[in-house]
Write a protein that binds this ligand. Structure first.
Ligand code: ADP
Ligand code: TRP
Length: 321
């Protein structure tokens, strides 16, 4: 049986990029196979040091999966930290992971160049990620292109463990979306929690409007003819609008007499209409955090069961049992 697994860090609230790039495709996959989705709150600790924010972001991340219809009657949604065996497994994996493999990981190099807090957690990040995956015998891991090297490291560690201690782990495979959309942020760069360029489509209308108003454009006047092909507002609109509405918007750009403020209002209206149901569901969940917590507890129980069986095998094979 193949098993799907993926995680999203709770270092911020999920944005349009996370939702279109990761959450919606993973929910689609979950309709065909048993899936485990988790909130990587331990990974988030490498960059987040505010306990209140971490908790809020963890709830918001879980609420996003639920608001977009993840069916938890047969899929498993849980918090990484609710299965502490993952950190135990990480230690065993640390002891067979070559130092240079981590030192050469480009996400570590990237982060250590950009961040002022270069902690050991950033360095061993891929080992925890390997533990996340192989602790659950996952075969398929849907991720964005940026995570491909982490998956290669996971495969190397799992193979090396199997070689040293005998067949123990399933060797997982990354599932990268071939069309691999990179959703642009308000500044035209990749939308990312780290770049302050996000559109949080489930946020309240006031915040959402403020984020949309931030989308960079050129400085053409209302009357001027505009180029829809180079405009960030149109790029984002086309990711979610239906073809007819997109054509209409492009036409208005080419006719002139239509300002960027108007285009932003149309984008806001589109988001409010298209995501009306998930927005309502998200708000209802955030107003009732105990419902989210219950879901996470239910998921943790199921995840713990799978993890315990795998850990038994691991401890026996390495000579601890
Ligand atoms: P962020 O860059 O905001 O911190 P994460 O690293 O937490 O995002 O990514 C979580 C998931 O969302 C990953 O699978 C990643 O590939 C996907 N993702 C993040 N940003 C985008 C984007 N702009 N476009 C498409 N997918 C994205
Ligand atoms: N590193 C991933 C990211 O930043 C999140 C993550 C942690 C993950 N553990 C995982 C993804 C295990 C897939 C499988 O996007």
């Amino acid at each position: 049986m193949s098993r799907i697994l993926t995680g999203i860090q709770s270092s911020g609230k999920p944005h349009l990029g996370n939702i279109l790039g990761a959450i919606l495709p993973a929910i689609e996959l979950s309709k065909t196979k048993e899936s485990l989705f988790f909130i990587a709150d331990l990974h988030a600790l490498t960059t987040t040091k505010d306990p209140k924010k971490l908790q809020e972001n963890t709830l918001a991340t879980a609420a996003t999966w639920l608001a977009f219809g993840l069916d938890t009657s047969y899929n498993i949604l849980y918090k990484q930290s609710d299965v502490p065996q993952v950190t135990e497994l990480m230690w065993y994996l640390n002891c067979i992971t070559p130092f240079p493999m981590l030192a050469n990981a480009h996400s570590f190099k990237d982060k250590s160049n950009k961040l002022s807090d270069v902690n050991a957690g950033l360095f061993t990040y891929p080992v925890l990620m390997a533990a996340d995956i192989i602790l659950y015998d996952a075969n398929i891991v849907p991720v964005g292109k940026d995570q491909l090297q982490h998956l290669e490291i996971t495969r190397d560690i799992a193979k090396s463990f199997n070689h040293i201690y005998g067949e123990t782990f399933v060797i997982p495979e990354a599932k990268i979306k071939e069309d691999c959309m990179i959703i642009p942020g308000t500044d035209g760069q990749k939308m990312s929690k780290s770049y302050n360029n996000c559109i949080h489509i489930l946020e309240n209308e006031k915040i959402l409007k403020k984020q949309i108003m931030k989308i960079h454009t050129d400085s053409k006047d209302l009357d001027e003819i505009k180029d829809p092909d180079t405009c960030n507002i149109v790029k984002i609109y086309k990711l979610i609008g239906d073809p007819k509405n997109c054509k209409n918007l492009e036409k208005k750009y080419r006719n002139g007499g239509f300002g960027y403020g108007h285009a932003k209002s149309e984008l806001l209206d589109l988001i409010l209409t298209k995501y009306n149901l998930p927005r309502l569901k998200f708000q209802e969940l955030m107003d009732n955090p105990e419902v989210i917590e219950k879901e996470l507890e239910k998921g943790a129980k199921k995840a713990n069961q799978i993890a315990s069986a795998v850990m038994k095998k691991v401890k026996k094979n390495i000579g601890l049992m």
